[in-house]
Design a protein around this ligand. Structure first.
Ligand code: PGA
Length: 292
């Protein structure tokens, strides 16, 4: 076990670097005898002379020279970690680790762009993934904040709803079902349905609402690719209305009228209740809620 203190290490490093007990004491804001005592105790703890003192000349011994290198590395690491912590705790800067549901891609970048403009010194890592993987991250507190649909109720979470998330059915503009005022779930039986991958929140919700599993021939793990597939006439797709606004506005895709649709859910900003939010994460959470 290491039996010296950081105070001894800092004192020794300063004495060797500055070649003076007096200068070291000024830099460390302690008295000169106190610095001397720290170095003396360090030598006793390590069981070896570290410093040669000849008159006013101070040099490290052979072992002292080796230990000086170690002390530089240790102090460098400690100062670096102190700076990292200070940066993380700085409410204007800091680093954000965010994980979001694939479907939020359509609006999260806009929120982040606005936030970054307000706090230019902050940095972030954004992971875009599906619901299943978000649940794992929540369980392991792997992200500061998670943006998802319908958080689970059997986990210790802090959740805050912030925006509606309407799920709709979409079809090619010439799809025959568009001629009907309204369709039932039964009308979908003979249609080719394009679904998101297993583990997707969109898929889980649609299966729950229509009361059947989507054993579709076509599974796609990206909303953008589903929209392209529907546009190409491959079948009927289910997506969040937010992801398809442009295509609906341009009439290259139509919203299909079906019983129980649109399914209206909310987006939530979520974190594990066991982990305390950093100042920048707390600001980002408030920003999302205020700006949606
Ligand atoms: P998804 O999640 O991107 O995994 O489908 C969205 C949601 O939960 O609504």
């Amino acid at each position: 076990m290491i039996n010296y203190t950081l105070k001894q290490l800092y004192s020794f490093e300063a004495v060797i670097r500055l070649k003076s007990f007096t200068k070291a004491s000024k830099e460390l804001h302690i008295t000169q005898p106190a610095v001397y005592m720290q170095v003396k105790q360090l030598q006793e703890n390590l069981g070896s002379e570290l410093v040669n003192i000849q008159g006013k000349t101070i040099t490290p011994t052979f072992i002292g020279q080796k230990f000086y290198q170690t002390s530089l590395e240790v102090i460098d690491k400690l100062e670096q970690s102190k700076a990292d912590i200070e940066q993380t705790l700085d409410p204007e800067a800091g680093h954000l680790q965010i994980a979001v549901a694939t479907t939020t891609n359509s609006f999260v970048s806009h929120i982040l762009a606005k936030f970054k403009k307000q706090y230019p010194r902050m940095s972030f890592y954004l992971e875009v993934t599906n619901r299943e993987s978000l649940l794992e991250k929540l369980d392991n507190s792997e992200a500061d904040l998670i943006i998802m649909g319908e958080p689970p109720t059997d986990m210790p979470l802090v959740t805050q709803p912030f925006m509606e998330n309407p799920l709709i059915a979409i079809a090619h503009p010439e799809h025959p079902l568009l001629n009907n005022q309204s369709n039932t779930i039964k009308d979908l039986t003979n249609e080719t349905l394009i679904t998101r991958e297993q583990g997707s929140g969109t898929r889980i919700t649609i299966e729950r609402i229509i009361g059947m599993q989507l054993n579709s021939d076509i599974e796609i793990n990206s909303n953008e690719a589903i929209i392209q597939a529907v546009q190409a006439g491959l079948g009927i797709g289910f997506v969040s209305k937010h992801t398809v606004k442009l295509e609906l506005d341009n009439n290259v895709i139509k919203q299909l009228s079906i019983d129980k649709f649109p399914i209206t859910r909310h987006w939530y900003v979520v974190h594990n209740s066991k982990s305390k939010l950093s100042p920048i994460a707390a600001r980002f959470k408030k920003f999302i809620v205020d700006n949606s």
